[in-house]
Design a protein around this ligand. Structure first.
Ligand SMILES: [Zn+2]
Ligand SMILES: [Zn+2]
Length: 879
């Protein structure tokens, strides 16, 4: 028996442990089942789960639970990400609170701290995933820096290096002066900003004039090594090859021709600063120009900056502009909108700086990765996100993978201490290939955190070893993630899978939106509008949170978080609980065998048919990943058709004298309840499990029960239609009684008029009208013979309903009441009309106030019509 009230806290606390102990999260490998696999997007160990995770986890759990019930050997593989830069930033901040820097601690001690952090926070996240009900196979849990995955990283690096797809070279990279590391293009966030464009005169050496160049970062001019113009630009034809004196530095630089220069832009002449600009770097390669870096790691000016050495970049900018002005070389300052690149971790404006880094050569990897999506081997849901993917992949630049950080996978490159020779190797080399030295120094840098997560779908399954898991579960089936990491992660997994496994990592990518606050703003720390999923779970239960994250949401779209929505999900849980409680309390000791079809009542046939259709609709929408729609269909069926109607209708038999009738009703109630609990299980695993446990006539646990399949024999269109007509008729009787304010204790005669062909249906429905339409007597006839003209009537689909007015109300009193109501409405209408005829009101009042008044007028007219109609029907003679 169920307790009177459902308490999610009590119910949810023990079940998860039980599931784990019974080994339900592990895929059943003994049987001949088909394999199904999802790998979790590993949460960062930087802290707490947020609402976005909760959505991510809920979606994956829904898919996994359904597949498990559909008979797949389903694996959902858990794990966490070391999140190199994000974690390092947090630890550095914590150290700063103790007055310590990274350097004070040294690499080894710092890493100890980082592992300590991992133990503390990694565990917390795991607990949160459990609270949400995630059916993850914890025996297979992985961490991006565990031994196996670190081996996978080295393997991938060495393989790519040996194929010439990884190289070390000087390039301008995005540099964060605060995090003091290189960043990949994906790690730079761009923001529109108001800046300036400074136009500066560069004098020619021969004293015959000057060229004017424009820049948004004047401090970089100290590192200029050329000025470039387009070879076809006639304005400069005679100057190409001449020498220019770089102002402030008095360094000689050439004026060169390069067809990449845009003749239309500015003056047509551009300064070339190869050490501080990506495009200029390319120009320097084509033209063999020197590269002068004028900044330090913290973006202060270095010794190559002459008298500006030691200044911060912005301080130097100010001084340089003043100096140019004093020299008469500043032509103009223009306001200029620019897109400012910022570090995605600390928001500092990044500085393109030349530096020796490790890169992945992207073109050869991107090509096949584009093809597999074009050819549908990997499918994005919704499809529109393919555009983001293609756009990124088609314009991809080489991927800078080295980071000047400590927390992460150290690059497996070793330099000979004696001759400097570089060896890339899975383990520390024994001896140098150039000399015979055996002393090596490993590269100081670590890898971009996404380098390891790119391998996640196969490294977690055991790669580079050829494990059974890898054979069974790769390629995985679905990847579920947010649109914000399509290029950080999804794209990199796809090309890594193709490169290392010769096979795509997953067949489908389900993209979901982000969760915004009730006003539609992004949830963020700075706004303080984030909502902790654990707080929601504590107040309303994990089931309510899960359902509210899914309902009304369609794939790929952002959604808003409303407490009211969670509340109504909780109410839904209570509704199911109460319905189940009723069914269990009234379940007599019948065996579970199905009754003969001939024993089914109209309501039984109707609900069984509707149930089977719901099975179909829910399953179909889930296959399409439209969990919002699937949940909505299920919700509507359970709430209205099953709880509000069928359970009420079944009472006519449950409480009746006929034992066979009781048995049939009980069986249908149990059958449909069991079915909807199964359909609901992926969404609300806890409550469905809790109720199922109290249904002793079903074996085993709901989590491993079979997913319902539509029973074609139970589909009965005419029963559905008939029930719908009867329910509509009952509803209209109830509405009339509500309008007339009739007390439930007042019963009335009901005359149902319909064509002969419907009489059988209505005959069968008599008990329903008696029970739910407050009828003391039900008469069925073909015409209106004997019906008083002043009867209250309603018309539905194919049934006309009549109720003698005396049964419902005292006619005299009702007439008086209507007169009174008519008078009041008349006054209100008059008041509204006077206002609307008043010019000064119409001219002065705000539009919405006038609109409101118009709406009132319209409403009063309708109400008045209703009252008039009611009065007419009362005064009609009996006929
Ligand atoms: Zn930074
Ligand atoms: Zn050597």
């Amino acid at each position: 028996m169920l307790e009177k009230n459902y308490d999610p806290q009590t119910a949810e606390s023990g079940i998860y442990e039980e599931w784990m102990q019974k080994g339900y999260f592990k895929p059943d490998e003994s049987s001949q089942k088909e394999y199904f696999c999802i790998v979790i997007p590993p949460p960062n160990i930087t802290g707490q789960l947020h609402m976005g995770h909760a959505l991510d986890i809920t979606l994956q759990d829904i898919i996994t639970r359904q597949k498990r019930m559909q008979g797949f050997a389903a694996l959902w593989l858990p794990g966490t990400d070391h999140a190199s830069i994000a974690t390092e930033v947090k630890i550095t901040e914590k150290l700063a609170e103790e007055g310590l820097s990274k350097q004070d601690l040294g690499r080894e001690k710092f890493l100890e701290r980082a592992w300590q952090w991992k133990r503390e926070y990694g565990g917390k996240i795991t607990e949160q995933l459990k609270k949400l009900g995630g059916s993850l196979d914890w025996s297979r849990e992985r961490f991006t820096m565990d031994e196996g995955l670190s081996r996978a990283v080295n393997e991938a690096f060495v393989k790519l290096y040996e194929k010439g797809l990884i190289y070390r070279g000087e390039r301008t990279i995005n540099w964060c002066p605060v995090c003091k590391t290189a960043l990949s293009d994906a790690e730079v966030e761009h923001e529109e900003a108001q800046g300036s464009l400074w136009k500066i005169k560069y004098p020619l050496k021969d004293g015959q004039g000057w060229v004017t160049v424009a820049t948004t970062r004047p401090e970089t001019m100290l590192g200029d090594t050329a000025v470039a113009v387009h070879p076809d630009d006639e304005r400069f034809t005679n100057m190409i090859g001449t020498t220019i004196i770089l102002p402030l530095m008095n360094r000689e630089i050439p004026l060169i021709a390069d067809s990449c220069v845009d003749m239309e832009f500015g003056t047509g002449a551009v300064k070339i600063t190869p050490a501080h600009d990506h495009n200029d770097f390319e120009t320097s390669v084509r033209n063999n120009l020197p590269r002068v870096c004028v900044m330090n790691e913290d973006a202060s000016m270095n010794d190559f900056a002459g008298i500006y050495s030691g200044m911060d970049r912005y301080e130097a900018r100010k001084k340089i502009v003043t100096d140019l002005e004093n020299l008469g070389l500043l032509v103009q300052i223009e306001k200029h909108n620019l897109s400012l690149g910022q570090c995605y971790r600390c928001n500092t404006v990044i500085e393109p700086i030349i530096s020796k880094q490790w890169f992945v050569r992207m073109k050869p990897l991107a090509e096949p990765a584009i093809k597999v999506v074009q050819e549908g081997e990997v499918e994005f849901i919704p499809e529109r996100f393919e555009k983001i993917y293609f756009n990124w992949m088609e314009n991809i630049k080489d991927w800078c993978i080295s980071r000047q950080l400590w927390w992460g996978h150290r690059i497996p490159a070793y330099y000979c201490e004696k001759c400097g020779h570089l060896t890339v190797s899975r383990e520390t080399p024994k001896s140098c290939g150039e000399c015979d030295s055996s002393c090596f120094k490993q590269d100081e840098d670590v890898l971009d955190t996404w380098f390891s997560s790119a391998l996640w779908p196969f490294s977690t399954l055991g790669w580079p070893d050829e494990t059974g898991d890898l054979k069974r579960f790769y390629p995985t089936n679905v990847l579920v993630t947010g649109y914000d990491i399509i290029f950080f992660w999804v794209a990199r997994m796809i090309f890594s899978g193709i490169e290392h496994m010769k096979e795509v990592p997953f067949r489908k990518v389900l993209i979901h939106g982000i969760i915004r606050d009730a006003e539609g703003r992004k949830m963020s720390k700075s706004l303080g509008n984030g909502i902790d999923p654990l707080e929601v779970i504590e107040r309303y239960g994990a089931d309510a949170l899960r359902l509210s994250l899914v309902m009304g949401n369609s794939p790929g779209n952002d959604m808003r978080f409303y407490w009211e929505k969670v509340e109504s999900s909780r109410n839904f849980a209570n509704k199911i609980w109460n319905a189940s409680r009723f069914i269990l309390m009234n379940s007599k000791d019948f065996d579970a065998s199905e009754p003969h079809a001939c024993e089914y009542s109209l309501a039984d046939r109707g609900i069984l048919s509707r149930f089977n259709r719901t099975v179909d609709e829910v399953t179909e929408n889930m296959e399409k990943f439209d969990f919002g729609l699937a949940a909505q269909k299920l919700y509507d069926f359970i709430w209205s058709e099953f709880c509000d109607w069928y359970i009420e209708l079944s009472k006519t038999k449950l409480y009746g004298e006929d034992i066979e009738g009781q048995r049939t009703a009980t069986n249908v109630l149990r059958h449909v309840l069991a079915g909807v609990l199964k359909l609901l299980h992926p969404y609300m695993p806890f409550i469905s499990c809790e109720i199922w446990k109290r249904m002793p006539w079903y074996d085993g646990d709901i989590m491993v029960s079979e997913w319902p399949i539509k029973d074609l024999k139970k589909l009965d269109e005419s029963a559905e239609e008939g029930m719908k007509a009867v329910i509509d008729a009952i509803k209209s009787v109830r509405n009339i009684r509500l309008d007339m304010q009739v007390q439930p204790s007042v019963k009335s005669k009901l005359v149902l008029v319909a064509d002969k062909e419907h009489h059988k249906l209505l005959e069968e429905s008599k008990p329903y009208f008696k029970k739910l339409a407050f009828a003391k007597e039900v008469r069925i006839q073909e015409d209106r013979m004997g019906i008083a003209a002043n009867s209250i009537s309603a018309v539905t689909h194919y049934i006309q309903i009549f109720m003698p007015v005396e049964d419902l109300k005292d006619v005299k009193k009702e007439t008086e009441r209507l007169h009174e109501e008519k008078k009041e409405l008349g006054k209100e209408l008059e008041r509204a009309r006077t206002k609307l005829q008043n010019d000064s009101f119409l001219n002065k009042a705000p539009k919405f106030v006038v609109d409101e008044e118009r709406a009132k007028e319209a409403k009063y007219i309708i109400m008045l019509d209703k009252v008039n109609a009611r009065m007419n029907s009362l005064t009609k003679d009996e006929g």
